[in-house]
Design a protein around this ligand. Sequence first.
Ligand code: ADP
Length: 450
Amino acid sequence: MTLLYALAFTVLSSIGFLIFYSRIYVVAMENLDDELRAEVQKYASLLENSGIKGIRAAIVNEGKFEDPKDGFYRLLDLEGNTLISTKMSWWQTIADQHAMATLLKSGLTSEIQTLSVKGQNDRTRTITAMLSPEYALQIGESLREVDAYLDIFLKLFSVLLTCLTVASMFIGWLLAKWATSDMQEVTSTAEEISKGIYNRRVQVTGRLKEIERLGTTFNRMLDRIQALLKTMKEINDNIAHDLRSPLARIRGIAEMHLLKESSVENYKEMAASTVEECDVLIEMVNTMLDITEAEAGVNSSQHETIELTELIIDACELFRPLAQSKNIDLRTNLPASLSINSNRKKLQRIVTNLLENAIKYSPEDKTVAVSTSAENGEITIEVEDSGCGISEKDLPHIFERFYRCDRSRRLGGVGLGLSLVKAYTESINGSVHVKSTFNQGSCFTLIFKR
Ligand code: ADP
């Protein structure tokens, strides 16, 4: 990054300088050419007013060039012979270049060229111009001053470019270090997490927006992974716990009967309770499998037209004896007929689970009401009870696997009923919602598309 930055900076600076340098060169040349043209103009007027004598006096006294090496003036005839001139010893090689012939051949009245003095490292800007039909004037001005001036620029720029390249490398290095220091933080966090320190998070500095976003997203991902790990651990603990208790009970009863002489009646009792415990375990494992299947979308539901009112009445009849045993008033508020396109088996399990909970978590003499309604293309099923209710702390968790509110522990159940309700409802394109007030009652609402 540092090298690329320095390279880009150097290339751009060099291009910038080249443009600047060539512009200065062109402007210097244009100024010089304008001066030379003005000088020719002056001599043409002189020839007109004072004749060849005036020209001679002007060239001989020419004060423009204190040093003959600074430039020259000379009057030429049409053959290119020098009639009058300043000291030409330094410019002899230029004089030999037959500029006059070139001018006449080209048919122009004046021509400006840059010529080199043979054998010297010296250049001259030369104008050859017709003063009258018989005479031409040639003025040469050394480019030594211009070259020296441009040379200073060249040297200055070389030094400047070197300093700037070094400075840009340093600045680039600082910038790269600054930009990647936050990345370094993300990398070191990832390394620590890979070593098992799961609660480590990226310290977001907010210096660079992109890296801040990366850090925040990374932290959010870590939070989610940590929450998932926690849930998985809880599920594992719960499975272990819920499997251990019935297994320990089965083992305990069997051991007890082995240690003492038991009658056939006692053995029958043992067998019956073992079957009961095994049924609980089988039920639990089956429910787990049902939830997993529904969540994974395996065996996608077979839908059919179902008479919902009939299905709910059947379910209520199933639970009526249980409700009566607690003197619970099990009421229904259903239309005479309401059909829904859904999966019968799943809908039955959903309704019976909610009914079972409503009766289970209601003390004696309370009310459980089931109602349905159809509005705006949606069918709503409500199972409402005036039972123990769910605390605010527990409410967000009741649909989680194996979650049981503390005070329900003494009642039967493994905490999978509502997880199954949620998984089944969502697998048949519905949603489940709950409203509950602690010690007053709960209302579970199922919403399905018609
Ligand atoms: P469980 O086997 O414990 O009934 P569920 O998944 O069906 O498991 O329910 C999870 C928890 O939600 C229960 O332990 C209970 O505390 C609470 N719960 C469910 N339904 C009701 C209800 N109708 N009234 C009060 N609490 C309820």
